[in-house]
Design a protein around this ligand. Sequence first.
Ligand code: ADP
Ligand code: TRP
Length: 321
Amino acid sequence: MRILSGIQPSGSLHLGNYFGMMKKMIDYQENEDLFCFIANYHAMTSLLDGKSLARGTIEAAANFLALGLDPEKSTFWVQSDLPEVQELTWFLSNFTPMGLLERCHSYKDKVARGIAANHGLFAYPVLMTADILMFQSEKVPVGKDQKQHLEVARDIAIKVNNTHGGLFTVPEPEIDEEVATVPGLDGQKMSKSYGNTIDLFLEEKALRKQVMRIVTDPTPVEDPKDPDKCNVFQIYRLFLDKERENAMRQRYLAGGLGYGEVKQELFETVRDFFAPYAERRRELLADPDGIRAILARGAEKARYTANKTMRKVRKKAGLAY
Ligand code: ADP
Ligand code: TRP
């Protein structure tokens, strides 16, 4: 099955990004036809400093590769290395009702938070649709926050297909309910923009500080505690198999467990889990040209598939005359 997803190269990575999206993608490379890219055009809606974007792109590639993405088993590239996606965006724009974009929560939320309502932000879901349709993607794993954008992509695909029969595969979202929303330090969705993250590649001291900031209630140590209402547990369980999760549950219910103690355990678990990946990431970042070479080969592979779609689009649209 053709599976595609992208991640923006803006800032550091947190557990929500890892469990909500990256881990799933990396697991797919073994048995599926995986397309994975760095959405640097999308990042421009919040980052206009060129140097930071370029640096962020290399780092995002290093992150994915360090966490296990294998460019031989998948197609891995940077969005802007295939500017064809902008041509497809324009084609799709002509099938996109204004109302469809006006209804997007992500856009409305950003504007409500005071981000300038420019055309890039507004048209963002159309570009995302182009990413998906360009590669005839069947399944798109994303976090819950991107669900509506997938509905937009489906609507647009269906609309185009009504005019130009069967031009695009209509994509299905894949949202894993177990980890649909990884909670942050305060129990809200973990997100860079809420400042409530636990980051993947931090120095030990900074990581410990983040974990210790997880909000807990004032239940005394000796009292039984409800794991399902505890932010520490909700994050910890992402690292535990069913058996260890149950054992931890019992410790909560038995009483005598202090939040400081579980936080310390969680901190050590996160640190040890990501330590080997952090090492690999350092090695990759020491050779940015090596990363660029991997991305260039990835873009070539991606272009082969993109060209097949674009030839059809140009023909149908009358751009090939
Ligand atoms: P942020 O909210 O921190 O800005 P992004 O929007 O860059 O994160 O998200 C990148 C990817 O990670 C997306 O696929 C998104 O759905 C997923 N993701 C981000 N935060 C979470 C979360 N808390 N739980 C599950 N998935 C998440
Ligand atoms: N908008 C997505 C995000 O912020 C990133 C993205 C861009 C994407 N194009 C995509 C995800 C296509 C899936 C498919 O997380």
